[in-house]
Write a protein that binds this ligand. Structure first.
Ligand SMILES: [Zn+2]
Ligand SMILES: [Zn+2]
Length: 212
């Protein structure tokens, strides 16, 4: 049984997800912790639950989803994993910060491993299926767990909305097609955990999302 713990971090209110199962092995997805108090909130939870971090995954490489990668790399020795298309298309986190008018120092950690669609990521007794859902960014990924019926969907789809497509490599038609093909094809009751805002599920968005 996987526990999905969510945190809301940084200027952009990004959802960071920490998944762990009965073995106490864990996967961290979109580590957005930025302020010291946020780093402490995350590390305290990991310590209190006696978790061992196995993977640091990125749904995509927009700045708000990678703020905490430097902290995780330093404290837990993990390198982030992401799709190659985002590495090749998006500006570096420092450059994105400059373009968003932020003057904070960003600790940029290079991607340690590329992940691709259909790959299976293992931790403890659990697995995540990687699905490529481009459009918000060219290398946007979701992480699906069939057994527990949920997917971490990044900024592809939100509760009653979809990801913006005006940033580097974005494409609205590609996004809508990918959502229909890779997300709405999941079982109706599958819980969707987005990069911002509250969770939803497949049937709710199929019926009520005005963008679909
Ligand atoms: Zn994004
Ligand atoms: Zn975001």
């Amino acid at each position: 049984m996987i526990t999905v713990k969510s945190f809301e971090f940084n200027y952009f209110s990004v959802n960071t997800y920490l998944l762990h199962d009965e073995t106490r092995e864990a996967v961290l997805i979109d580590c957005g912790c930025f302020r010291k108090v946020e780093e402490l909130e995350l590390s305290s939870y990991i310590t209190a639950n006696n978790l061992t971090l196995k993977h640091l995954l990125c749904t995509h490489l927009h700045l708000d989803h990678v703020f905490g990668n430097g902290f995780i790399s330093k404290i837990y020795g993990l390198k982030p994993q992401a799709h190659k298309a985002d590495v090749e298309t998006l500006p570096s986190p420092q450059e994105q910060a400059r373009l968003f008018g932020l003057h904070d120092k960003i600790h940029h950690i290079p991607i340690g491993k590329y992940i691709v669609g259909n790959e299976i990521i293992l931790f403890g007794n659990s697995e995540l299926q990687v699905r490529l859902v481009p459009g918000h960014s060219p290398g946007s990924l979701i992480f699906y767990n069939k057994k527990n019926g949920f997917a971490i969907v990044g900024d592809a789809i939100f509760n009653r909305s979809v990801g913006r497509t005006d940033l580097w490599g974005g494409n609205h038609d590609v996004l809508i097609a990918a959502i229909k093909d890779k997300i709405l094809s999941l079982p109706d009751e599958t819980i969707l955990y987005p990069g911002h805002g509250p969770a939803t599920n497949v049937i709710e968005e199929s019926l009520n999302n005005p963008f679909l």
